[in-house]
Design a protein around this ligand. Structure first.
Ligand code: DX5
Ligand code: ZN
Length: 233
């Protein structure tokens, strides 16, 4: 499993120090939440923070575009050093073309689904993508509560990925803490985005990330058959 720290919750006056601290705390990815004030009712940033941080960290840059017309910005994010660019299925009428354009830029293409969008909506895109991002909150803001009603969809997507026989990361984003991480991993997720909980952890980033990794072990235990099962062998 991988931990992706949502930079939306970082201190923007100290972005380089934040990236260094997250790398030291063994985060795997930096997750950048790009919002345009149209697709979602919030504005954040474009490619500039990625470009500014790129020379200062080895961490994988995961760009989550919550913008309309994502096709207009792909090259800028690739040039800024994004290694995966994820577009929302709900934000474009031409997802195939957009995903192919991302691949042509030498970047991993990803597709994000809002909580209301069913898993089947991306069935026709499985050959084009390297990542599926499952939103477990309505996109737009950090600090919202995890929607556990989305858990069955994570399981469906895990099965779709297995059937596709392709290597596709399954990422979960929104309201992730140690408890919701365990449920998401158990459902089949493998990349955990965490913002408010990770950045606000009283033990610091390393402790938060350790708890997320411990939740993987707990999720595996949850998958073992019940040893008190009264049924005969
Ligand atoms: C929400 C973003 C998330 C979010 C993560 O639209 O995509 O990445 O900010 O923050 P928390 O973990 O606070 O939900
Ligand atoms: Zn995100």
């Amino acid at each position: 499993m991988k931990v992706a720290a949502s930079m939306l919750c970082a201190d923007f006056a100290r972005l380089q120090e934040e990236a260094t601290a997250l790398e030291a705390a063994s985060a795997d990815w930096l997750h950048f939440d790009v919002m345009d004030g149209h697709f979602v009712p919030n504005l954040t940033h474009g490619p500039l923070p990625l470009a500014a941080l790129r020379p200062h960290t080895e961490l994988f840059f995961d760009a989550h575009l919550m913008v309309e017309h994502p096709e207009s910005y792909l090259e800028e994010f690739a040039d800024a050093g994004a290694q995966c660019v994820t577009i929302h299925l709900e934000a474009t009428r031409a997802p195939h073309r957009c995903l192919k354009a991302i691949r042509a830029l030498g970047v991993h293409p990803g597709v994000a689904l809002c909580p209301a969008t069913p898993a089947a909506a991306l069935q026709h895109l499985l050959d084009e993508i390297d990542l599926i991002l499952v939103m477990t909150v309505d996109p737009g803001f950090a600090g919202q509560s995890f929607l556990s009603a989305v858990l069955p969809k994570i399981g469906e997507l895990r099965e779709m990925i297995a059937r596709s026989k392709r290597d596709i990361w399954l990422e979960v984003d929104g309201g992730i803490n140690a408890r919701t991480a365990e449920a998401s991993l158990q459902a089949g997720a493998e990349v955990l985005v965490s913002g408010s909980w990770l950045f606000g952890h009283e033990g610091g980033y390393a402790a938060a990330i350790r708890e997320l990794r411990d939740s993987e072990a707990a999720s595996l235990l949850g998958r073992l058959p019940d040893t008190d099962d009264p049924r005969p062998n």
